[in-house]
Design a binder for this molecule. Structure first.
Ligand code: EPU
Length: 763
């Protein structure tokens, strides 16, 4: 094929072999769809596959998940995305062989030239507005063909060729100057402002491209009268029609009522009242966009009743204020907004929805935009209560030194916002916001990259969290991604995916059944005094039985029944109040009953099961059992029953003793602790005492006291304690434990076993 073909004829009236480079992109896949419907043999290559490439393959696309020249050997025409570099093997080979290669927009302009083209342009709202245009003309019976930049459920696909109709509605992409390639019949100009400064030198350069498009528009130019730049640039064209909220607009909206997810307004053409419209998407900016479409459709002869009906049926494109989760307690919304103006508009809409707080996650898109508009970004989040910013999604750009999400965070903070933070790890963004959630919150993800995946993860977890909340009821508590460093005495550990606090046996039993049925891992944590949670946290449900029945201590005769959440220290003091002796040593153990049972904790030469008479627990199916001491198998620092079962309460037996004797034993225990154990944050003894020598003594003799890794340090007071000097990680702790074990093994031939329970996942 020679280079001087008539591209419009080639693409719309003949059948050829065409290859698309970068076919998985949202724009390129639309072209592929059109070409398949026009009867071409279409092949395409991309390093990624997508839902779109799957769909197109079913329609006949030959897809290659790599760029190899040989795969496009038979192509007569090669169409390439702006993201494709000139050294792409297919592009290079096509050019060397004298084949015609065209950019996506050239192909689109040529396809449009075969019909009466309607081009929707502007910096913000193009996809919604072009989709609304195609939908309205379709409802008006005009059988339009269309090409829009995203998946549009109501239109069926992002692109469609309808041989019956005259019109072709397309979204023009101004980002690379290619809108100047189009010669539409009508243009709909939404807004014009500084954007894509990677391509344009300044606003003047952007204006030139728009002026050229307008000069090439043969029919009417529709523009938004509320947009100063659009007004200035379009006003000088012939055959202009303006729309907006201002009184001067040819098509106007009045009495606008913004509802949760829709807007109602009256439409006027000049002084003539056309009727009432209810637009089924939220936000005042969309009222303006709809007015532009109403103006265009009216001028094309679509009756107002059909226009009004189509607006009530309209549904958003994916990622345009798309509701991902909606319950009375929480609302999760995803939006594609990535320019400060779009962010402000979306936040305004989010505010108007009537929830209590708006929490936002934002992924800046492109280094060039982040750098150029950083000041504007600093002002864009005023309407958000909390903002988490992640790193820049580069698209096809290479990183620029100093241009990170932190830049935007600094601008937002400098502007006076107190609720902004930086999370450079994209995969953790959902955690940061999820852990802040309170009933009444709206969570908004913003950005043109892949931030929406974070919201989807949050939405999926929220579905489970809400069920868990139902189980524990009003008195219980459920939190997402709760940092376990807050719930362990060592103060290290990553988050719990679901943190659940039941307050009674019924709720705990329900939780066990729920996790079993839904295949969710379940882990019980008490006071976290003997626990080392790895930095990646714990997946699944982490149950913390506390408060309510779980904290109760009942005394009956010489026996005391305590819930698993009751602190051992409190049992020691309750025993004193009831003049029961033999439980004084419990004062020195920082944990609660559950943990003490689980590991048969001990101090001052005594251990838990010496005093236990009965244990109540739930089995793996949530059924209760009561077992007497003689039915239970117990070892030094180990109680196997609780590996698969869940303790509810235990009954301890004390022996009547004079108050002074109890006081003196309590004092002895306190003194022992005060003089031999560190007060710094720790998990108690790290190792079980080996038979030959107490672990603390061994570590001491090995000369490892005070040795440290990161902020984890072997206590100088007691060798079997590792303390957190502030900010230690689980990784620091584990490395230090390993160092001690190796030294004990190589120097003393002793295999140390950890007493502290090590759980969770590495980062
Ligand atoms: N020792 C040293 N150097 C040290 C630490 C200890 O030489 O750095 C010597 C002590 O002088 C003593 C012997 O080692 O002769 C044992 O030490 P200690 O009396 O402190 O008792 P332990 O066996 O280290 C146990 C429990 C503690 C409990 C205390 C007090 C274990 C693994 N630890 O410690 O429990 O508080 O007795 O009754 O059984 C816990 O399990 O988390 C815990 C703190």
């Amino acid at each position: 094929m020679t280079k001087d073909i008539d591209l419009a004829k080639f693409l719309t009236r003949e059948r050829h072999n065409v290859h698309l480079i970068g076919v998985a992109g949202s724009g390129m896949s639309g072209i592929a769809g059109l070409l398949l419907q026009l009867g071409h043999q279409v092949s395409g290559s991309d390093k990624l596959d997508s839902l779109e490439t799957d769909r197109l393959q079913r329609l006949g696309l030959k897809f290659y998940q790599q760029h190899r020249a040989a795969d496009a050997r038979d192509a007569e025409l090669v169409i390439y995305s702006s993201a494709i570099k000139s050294d792409n093997p297919i592009l290079k080979s096509a050019r060397e062989n004298g084949k015609r290669t065209v950019r996506r927009a050239e192909a689109l302009a040529a396809i449009m030239a075969a019909k009466r083209g309607i081009l929707v342009v502007g910096m913000h709202g193009k996809t919604t507005t072009s989709a609304m245009t195609a939908h309205m003309l379709r409802e008006g019976g005009l059988h339009p063909s269309h090409y829009v930049g995203a998946e549009i459920p109501i239109l069926g696909a992002n692109a469609h060729w309808d041989g019956r109709g005259e019109f072709f509605v397309a979204e023009g992409d101004e980002s690379d100057g290619t809108i100047a390639l189009f010669h539409p019949e009508h243009a709909l100009v939404l807004n014009i402002e500084e954007e894509h400064l990677d391509f344009y030198a300044d606003l003047a350069a952007i204006e030139n491209v728009f002026r050229q498009l307008l000069a090439q528009t043969t029919g009417k130019v529709f523009y938004c009268a509320d947009e100063p730049n659009a007004t200035r640039i379009c006003r000088s064209s012939d055959r202009i029609i303006c729309y907006g909220l201002s009184d001067e607009a040819d098509y106007r909206a009045t009495d606008i009522e913004l509802r949760n997810f829709s807007s109602a307004f009256w439409v006027y053409r000049g002084k003539e009242r056309l009727g009432e419209a209810v637009l089924n998407v939220p936000g005042e900016h969309n009222v303006r966009n709809a007015l532009g479409v109403i103006a265009l459709a009216t001028e094309l002869g679509v009756p107002f009743e059909k226009i009004a009906k189509s607006l009530t049926k309209f549904q958003h494109a994916r990622r345009r204020f798309e509701i991902k989760y909606d319950s009375p307690r929480f609302l999760l919304v995803d939006d594609y907004g990535h320019h400060p103006t779009e962010i402000k508009a979306t936040l305004k809409t989010a505010r108007s929805v009537g929830r209590t707080r708006v929490l936002t996650m934002f992924q800046p898109h492109r280094y060039s935009r982040t750098k150029a508009l950083r000041k504007e970004f600093g002002h864009a989040f005023d309407q958000a209560d909390r903002v988490v910013i992640t790193d820049v999604y580069g698209s096809n750009e290479s990183p620029m030194p100093g241009v990170t999400g932190q830049l935007i965070v600094d601008e937002i903070a400098a502007h006076g916002h107190c609720g902004v933070s930086y999370q450079p790890r994209l995969e953790w963004v959902h955690r940061d916001l999820g852990n802040l959630l309170e009933p009444g919150d709206l969570v908004l993800s913003l950005g043109a990259g892949n931030i929406h995946e974070q919201l989807s993860i949050l939405a999926a977890d929220l579905v489970i969290a809400e069920k868990l909340k139902e189980i524990v009821g009003e008195i219980g508590d459920v939190r997402l991604y709760e940092p376990l460093s807050k719930h362990t005495t060592l103060r290290v550990g990553g988050p719990a995916q679901f943190w659940v606090e039941p307050r009674n046996e019924t709720a705990l039993s329900e939780l066990i059944r729920f996790c079993r049925r839904d295949n969710l891992p379940l882990f019980v944590i008490g006071r976290g005094s003997n626990l080392l949670v790895r930095d990646g946290g714990i997946r699944g449900v982490v149950v913390h039985p506390s408060g309510g029945d779980f904290d109760k201590i009942d005394i009956h005769g010489n026996e005391m029944t305590a819930g698993v959440g009751a602190k051992l220290k409190e049992i020691a003091y309750a025993a004193r109040a009831a003049d029961l002796g033999g439980l004084e040593w419990m004062e020195g153990i920082p944990g609660a009953v559950g943990g003490a049972l689980r590991m048969n904790a001990g101090a001052m030469g005594a251990q838990t099961f010496e005093k236990v008479v009965r244990v109540r627990y739930l089995d793996g199916e949530g059924n209760p059992h009561d077992k007497n001491r003689d039915e239970l198998e117990v070892h030094y620092r180990h109680f196997p029953l609780l590996e698969q079962n869940f303790a509810v309460s235990a009954t301890f037996r004390g022996s009547p003793a004079p108050r002074e004797q109890i006081e003196s034993r309590l004092h002895e225990s306190q003194e022992k602790r005060r003089t031999t154990q560190p007060i710094a944050k720790s998990a108690g003894c790290i190792f079980k005492n080996p038979e030959k020598c107490p672990a603390g003594k061994l570590v001491d003799e090995l000369g490892l006291k005070n040795s440290s890794i990161g902020k984890a340090r072997v206590s100088e007071v007691h060798g079997n304690f590792i303390v957190n000097d502030g900010g230690a990680t689980a990784t620091d702790m584990l490395e230090l434990i390993d160092r001690i074990k190796q030294a004990a093994r190589s120097k003393r031939g002793i295999e140390l076993e950890t007493e502290v329970q090590i759980v969770g996942e590495p980062i």
